[in-house]
Design a protein around this ligand. Sequence first.
Ligand code: ADP
Ligand code: MG
Length: 321
Amino acid sequence: MGEFDLIGENFANVGAQRSDVLLGVGDDAALVLPPAGQEMVIAVDTLVEGQHFPPGFDAKDIGWRSLAVNLSDCAAMGAQPLYATLALTIPEHQEEWLADFAEGFASLAKIHGVSLIGGDTTRGPLTITVQIIGVVPRNQAMRRSQAKPGDLIYVTGWPGDAAAGLALLQGRLEGQGAMRSTLEDKFKRPEPRVAFGQRLRQVSQCCIDVSDGLVQDLGHICTQSQVGATLRFKELPMSRSLHALASAEQSLQWVLGGGDDYELLFTIDPKQAAEFARVRSFNGAPACHCIGEITAKAGVRLMDGKREMPLPQGWDPFRVG
Ligand code: ADP
Ligand code: MG
């Protein structure tokens, strides 16, 4: 199969069929007619084999994951994702791999109404770059810079599970049965909080998605908002699977610094408590855990009652060792 057949076969008509896509895959560029009067939200993320997923990772899961990490960025802005582009570098012609990759990508794209409108395909070490384009009403996007002292800090879901899932996949953690598959699925098929993010922007001004570890990502909020944060050890969520399979010390490290969670970390002004209660109660809303509060004093602290505990480092792709 030639390159053009390969593109047509696998990447034409992937994801949702949107009437605002005037011209999709096949021409020099795509043409879209986004909703009038909204701000465009644009993000891009690259996944490299061996760095962001283990070698031999299932192609369907790579397809899902490469879109999921971008949808999560959209969710953190409170935006609605619309279109994606895909730059794919693959070692050689592997028709089965491509079909599987496209299937995984398409299944998540359809769930969120996203259309794949273009891309590029090249030969080289397996690397996937996805760009997402979405919209948000004017001045309503959540930003990292908007946390205020006294705001409550919330996180969705069960951070740490994805790091444990990766450890299971790589043989660094032991476990069987339903708990093992629950954790592995959290790494293989993260579920970006897209619908929740769009509701959340009505009551929160400040949000980030947890990709590099809870503490590190909270640190980004603090730096950009010029505030600090206190986390309460006793309020940190920990899933039953994580608690059961990993040691207490290891689980805490993963909850705080694991990365790959794609949960939302956000702040709520206590005055918005009633509105937030409404937002978090819709059918399908993720669990929301209040884990601490924003302080005027800089830095992130973890407190067990009155005692301060040491914090782990987050995931940094350029960190040595
Ligand atoms: P050009 O040389 O003009 O960049 P290409 O041969 O790279 O054209 O691509 C032809 C068409 O296929 C374009 O519309 C491009 O957006 C699309 N395309 C190429 N690779 C991909 C891909 N991996 N996913 C989606 N669309 C792709
Ligand atoms: Mg090209």
